[in-house]
Design a protein. Structure first.
Length: 329
């Protein structure tokens, strides 16, 4: 029995979460779902975007599934604060092309490892009416820790290269620490090829030669931007899962937001949420089932028959979900 915290959030977050639960219920596994609230709707009801009870539920779970949250003006991001509360310091974002989906090229398969706790997402801002300041926190401890995750993931994926992305020519102290930490950890993995790249150059390389990368490691904001770019290379955010991993917790969420413009229309692509659940099962040690879900998504995508409007189809969220489940049975 796995105890799973379920936080639907706002908008299509709740819709794709329902699809995810539908799929999980069809698996030959036992789950106990505990539900928590977070996001804009939660704030409107009880005055906070992330209740303490939700954090408590998440901390007591074997893993957490998160849908999406809408930005609340003047309030902290619930997903960022939940990541911090769970100390899930590594954000893992696979980028993979699927046969039958319009991609920039058909052999893309890399992963971005994003530091999850520091950088500009430290949310330390202050100032006056004339000037605002945002602090960018980068520590050696967090930089070395995330580099180790990247190298270990490279070994797990049986890949050959880890690329460090930074901007140390301009941000000499903060990104200098990040780059130095990367190469310090690289010494422990002599069998893996290493390289580093400025973030602006990497933004171009992902478009011109994405097939040349295996594992990319970067700081918080750079990793966030590059992973959204990566999703655009392979068909959009509807195919972009992510996992947030720490020493004791795992939090899994689609990369997309709450998309209020299509909320309630039953046309959101559930694949990113379902693939995030696959990552959760991998985290829980259910590798065979995790792989089966990935293959089922690939089969549905390659058939080109059932797909949501973001991929050029006219199927509903649940149509796609049921097609994936059918491939599992």
């Amino acid at each position: 029995m796995y105890n799973i915290a379920v936080i639907g959030g706002d908008g299509i977050g709740q819709e794709v979460m329902s699809s995810c639960e539908y799929l999980l219920d069809k698996l030959d596994l036992e789950f106990s779902f505990k539900y928590g609230k977070a996001g804009f709707e939660c704030f409107n009801k009880i005055g906070t975007t992330l209740p303490k009870e939700t954090i408590k539920i998440a901390n007591k779970s074997d893993a957490v599934l998160f849908g999406a949250s809408t930005s609340t003006p003047g309030q902290p991001s619930p997903i960022i604060n939940l990541r911090k509360a769970l100390n899930v310091y590594a954000n893992i974002r696979p980028i993979k092309s699927y046969k039958g989906v319009n991609c920039i090229c058909d052999d893309i398969d890399f992963v971005i490892v994003r530091e999850n706790t520091e950088g500009l997402y430290s949310q330390v801002e202050y100032g006056d009416e004339n000037k605002m300041i945002a602090e960018r926190h980068i520590t050696r401890h967090a930089s070395e820790r995330i580099s180790k995750v990247a190298f270990n993931l490279c070994i797990k994926r049986e890949e050959k290269k880890v690329t460090c992305v930074h901007k140390s020519n301009v941000l000499k102290k903060t990104d200098g620490v990040f780059k130095e930490s990367f190469y310090k950890i690289a010494e422990e993995y002599p069998q893996i090829k290493t390289e580093d790249c400025y973030v602006d150059a990497m933004a171009m390389y992902l478009v011109t030669q994405p097939q040349n990368f295996d594992v990319i490691v970067s700081s918080n904001l750079f990793g966030d931007i590059l992973s959204d770019e990566g999703a655009g290379l392979v068909g959009g955010l509807g195919l972009a899962p992510s996992g947030n991993i720490g020493d004791h917790n795992g939090l899994f969420e689609p990369v997309h937001g709450s998309a209020p413009d299509i909320a309630g229309k039953n046309i959101a692509n559930p694949c990113s949420m379902i693939l995030s659940a696959s990552m959760m099962l991998d985290y829980l040690g259910e590798w065979d089932i995790s792989n089966n879900i990935k293959h089922a998504v690939e089969k549905v995508m390659s058939d080109c028959k059932i797909r949501t409007p973001d991929l050029g189809g006219d199927s509903s969220t649940m149509d796609v979900t049921k097609a994936i489940v059918k491939e599992l049975t």
